[in-house]
Ligand binder design. Structure first.
Ligand SMILES: Cc1ncc(COP(=O)(O)O)c(C=O)c1O
Length: 366
């Protein structure tokens, strides 16, 4: 390691932002994205399927199972096409880096995920961010931007804040200013909608969207992702999306597993239980008089103690008490916006939730 790299590490340590890998010795899960508890599903793959894809989809890695699963995903979400990627990170990277040609502009919510930022950075497009969920700011940018092609990018549920984008209004502005709409539904899939379809289907029905991204490492408890859009977008990605082309494909076995998990998700009662827990959490926050310290949301992601001076200390103490949660620090979030991110799950009990909140209340008062 050279001096510059070592000094970057040292600076991070000095600022108390040093990242380490931590094994948990067990506890109550308030930190994973496994909202429905599907990571424990034990599903038998069909025996004839390979567990390795052997190459890129463009060489030896393409299988009938990919075609079958992509058709299933597209049909379920009411899109013309779907294309599988190895992860949500790669789906955003592959989509944005390839469509962002010279002369185009990405207008994105300031809280968009790192994979969206990295995808834009790898493109030749210009980018401008609008203030989080601020429609007046978005419109101002759209009004004053003269580009051949404009894309507006948002998440339907924001990964660090758990709040929801005003999709209807964003879609309206996209129509007015002839911009293509791209929505990342990573944290909405499985959580919202009668069958877990996410928020786009219900909020902006009938609106033509440029692309949607669904990821399978969260409520589906697995891994992988898909980009949905028109048939021509799919052909474009197959031709130009480097994170799709230059990598070993999702295996046929994993592709089948994604479809099986969709099937489970569509009828699972875990979603109602999750919804119940989200409401219960919100009620208990009021009951414990924690509304100032906890920003409740309708999604599975809840934000605790944003900007609180004793945040990391409280997080460490909660950890020792067996509550698995995580203090999210800069650079993941902006300075002053550090918080404890809590994820609620279908399998959390009322006791888990109220005990957690009671402990937080006590720790704040200490
Ligand atoms: C909004 C959003 N998009 C994409 C990703 C990346 O998905 P994956 O974990 O499948 O790479 C994440 C994961 O944290 C996310 O929160």
């Amino acid at each position: 390691m050279n001096e510059a790299l070592l000094s970057a590490l040292k600076k991070r340590e000095e600022a108390s932002h040093y990242r380490t890998l931590k094994l948990s010795s067990g506890g109550i899960d308030f930190w994973s994205n496994d909202y429905l508890g599907f990571s424990n599903l034990n599903m038998e793959p069909s025996s004839q399927l390979s567990s390795g894809s052997t190459g890129s989809r463009l060489i030896s890695g393409h299988d009938i199972m990919h075609e079958q699963v992509e058709s299933f995903i597209a049909e379920f979400h009411g899109a013309e096409s779907a294309l599988l990627f190895n992860s949500g990170y790669l789906a955003n990277l592959g989509l944005l880096s390839s469509i962002g040609v010279k002369g185009s502009l990405f207008v994105y919510d300031s809280l968009c995920h790192a994979s969206i930022l990295d995808g834009m950075r790898l493109s030749f497009a210009q980018r401008r961010k609008f203030r989080h969920n601020d429609m007046a700011d978005l419109e101002k940018i759209l009004q004053t931007s003269e580009f051949e092609t404009i894309y507006v990018i948002t998440e339907s549920v924001f990964s660090m804040d758990g709040d929801i984008a005003p999709l209807n209004e964003i879609a309206h502005l996209c129509r007015m200013y002839h911009a293509g709409l791209i929505v990342d539904e990573a944290h909405a899939l499985g959580v919202f909608g009668a069958q877990g379809e996410g928020l786009c289907a219900n909020s902006i029905e009938g609106v033509e969207m440029f692309a949607r991204v669904y990821t399978y490492g969260k409520a589906l408890g697995f891994h992988g992702a898909a980009v949905l859009g028109s048939e021509s977008l799919k052909h474009y990605l197959i031709n130009f999306s480097r994170p799709f082309i230059y990598t070993t494909a999702v295996s046929p076995m994993d592709a089948e597993m994604i479809e099986k998990r969709y099937q489970c998700m569509m009828t699972s009662e875990a979603r109602q239980q999750l919804r119940y827990n989200i409401n219960y959490f919100s009620l208990m926050v009021s009951a414990f008089n924690l509304n100032e310290q906890i920003q409740v949301s309708q999604s599975a992601i809840q934000v605790l103690l944003k900007g609180h001076h004793a945040l990391t200390d409280i997080s460490d103490k909660l950890w020792k008490m067996g509550y698995l949660q995580k203090a999210i620090l800069t650079p993941t979030v902006n300075e002053g916006e550090e918080r404890i991110r809590i994820c609620l799950h279908a399998f959390n009990t009322e006791n888990d939730i109220s005990n957690l909140l009671e402990s937080i209340k006590n720790l704040i008062q200490e």
